[in-house]
Each structure stands twice: as C-alpha cells, then as structure tokens.
Design a protein around this ligand. Sequence first.
Ligand code: IPM
Ligand code: MG
Length: 357
Amino acid sequence: MNYTIALIRGDGIGPEIVGSAVRVLEKVGQKFGHTFTFRDYLMGGCAIDACGTPLPEETVQGCLASDSVLLGAVGGPKWDKNPAALRPEKGLLGIRAALGLYTNLRPAKLYPAFAEECPLRADIVAKGFDLLIVRELTGGIYFGERGRREGKFGPEAYDTEAYSVMEIERIARVAFETAKKRGGKLVSIDKANVLETSRLWRETMHRIGEEYPEVALSDMLVDNAAMQLVRCPSQFDVVVTSNMFGDILSDEASQITGSIGLLPSASLGDGTRGLYEPIHGSAPDIAGQDKANPIATILSAAMMLRYSFGLAAEADAIEAAVDRVLAAGLRTADILGTSNAKPLGCTAMTDAILAVL
Ligand code: IPM
Ligand code: MG
C-alpha cells in the first residue's frame, strides 16, 4: 500500500525526533512492502517566524489531503510572550479542531525496566500499571466562549465550559469500544458534584453504557482521580474524561511511568486520519544537539500504523524493536535514571532500533 503522511516537525527537538520516526517508517515500509510519501508542513513557532501565523492554511489543507499526520512538538521560550493568537499552542488547538480530532488517546504504562525511575513507592507499583486515558479534545473550556469584561469586583476574565450531548456521546462510544478491546473496565472522570457539564457528562456516559453491558462503567470525581492515580494506579484500565481534566490527568499519569520520553499519543476523529505525537514537549534546551529521545515519536508512528492504517503487524514490529533496545539497556540521557549506561544520542538510538527491526 501507499500512504501519504504529513510531517509537522515543529520547534525545538521536533525536527530531530520526527526525522528518526521517518527513518523507522521507511525501514518498515521496505520490510513489509509499503511506500510512505512524506510531505512537510509548518506549524507552531517556526510557522509564526516564516508565515506570521502558528497554523498556515497550507498546513491545514496539506493535512486534510494526507492519510495521516505525524507531529514532533511545538513551542519554545522565543514565542512565550506572544499574544494569544500568535502562540505556538494556538496552532496545535487549531489543527485539532480543523481535522475534527475529538479523541485523544494517551496510554501510560510502567515499563518493568523503568520501575526504578517511577517516583511512586515500590509497593504501590508492585503490580505495575497499564492505563489508557481517552481525553475529549475539541470541546469544553478549551473551545468555549472567553473574554474580558467588567465584573462585580471590577475588570475580570472568563472562560466557559460547554459540552453538547452529541460531543459526550461520541467520545463515550470511543471509550466504550476501546475498553471492550482492552480490560473491559471504564472509569469516567468528572466533577458532577459541582459542574452542570459534568452532570450531563455522567448521565450521558451511563445512557451509552447501556449499549455496552460487557464494559464495567464507574464514575470518579476528578480530585479523587488525581489522588487515586498516585495511590493505586493499577486500578485503572481505560479512563474517559473532558478536555481540561484529561490534559491535567494525562500529565500526572505520564509522570508516574518514570519515562515520559517513551510515551506516544494519538488524536483521532471520525475517519481514519489521525494526528500522532509524543506526549513530551519541544525541549528547546537540548534542541539541535542530537541528545533528544526519539522513542516516543517512533512509538507514535507505530500508533499511526495501528490506528490509521490498520497495520498491526508493522506496529508490533516497531514496538518489539523498542522493547528489545530498552531491555538491552540502551538509554538516551533523559531515561538514564540510575543506569550507568553511556547515554546514546538521538541518531545512535534510532540506529539501534533500526538494527533490530
Ligand atoms: C497537551 C498540551 C496542550 C493542551 C497545550 C500545549 C495547548 O498541554 O497536548 O496536553 O493543553 O492540550
Ligand atoms: Mg497537556
């Protein structure tokens, strides 16, 4: 098969890690008989510099014309003081909305080789954990009405959270389908003791849940969820939650794996096109020094093969290669932890993965 992949290399270490994933995809293509055609597009800080906007129209059109999108990372101190419309993050929110990517899948699992790096006590993670956060990505407070106005106490700012039944239903279906294929356990996280959007969320989750008797659905308030994640992460299988709660909890979940440099993510809509990116950021402090860890981006490319193209064997091959390299003790600087291995650079780590692929 022939697939066209839009590359958004972005800022900081983005170009290096996307370059690594491209090399891995090319190797997989040769091995399994697929061709991947790559097209480059600008987004984030580099797009602000080159085109005066974080999300040029050409990028949106290019992504819409591609079978899928691979993103490195955007942002950096250079653009941190820019006004809202000229911030790199605006490009990310814009592309999610433009491509209709309302589902964000963020897996967080404890690699046995990294148990020592996990900041939680050994007895808490003795059973390991392997959870998947299904985050709603194009609604809620991120996209609600906002502004400045004159309030009761003088000038004020406001952001609003709104969720339609339709938006909750469609993310609910994704979450139930996902839970069905995994451990059959779904925890829906909300703040239904305070927020009306959460009460609608909870009501809708349970109504859709009636279509999925094979999935055990339970509710959890978000403050409790933040606590349970560090108290007993193994209790979770699939978690579904709103845009902002998902943003916060997915950072917490990634941190307790002790290996944020390894975590991929997928953003999906109704079609097969998705946007795949590492969970970590653009690490401007090490950009251009061949020190970045390419693994999360390589695993994001594997997720693309699995979820967008239905190429499970190909995705398995990449994941197995990464597992073997890690099991052999190879490390980049960010995942060195207590290991006394000599850290590999981005290129050397990619070479090692290619060698076992
Ligand atoms: C994420 C990021 C983004 C978000 C920012 C950069 C807009 O934190 O993907 O989690 O909040 O969605
Ligand atoms: Mg975030």
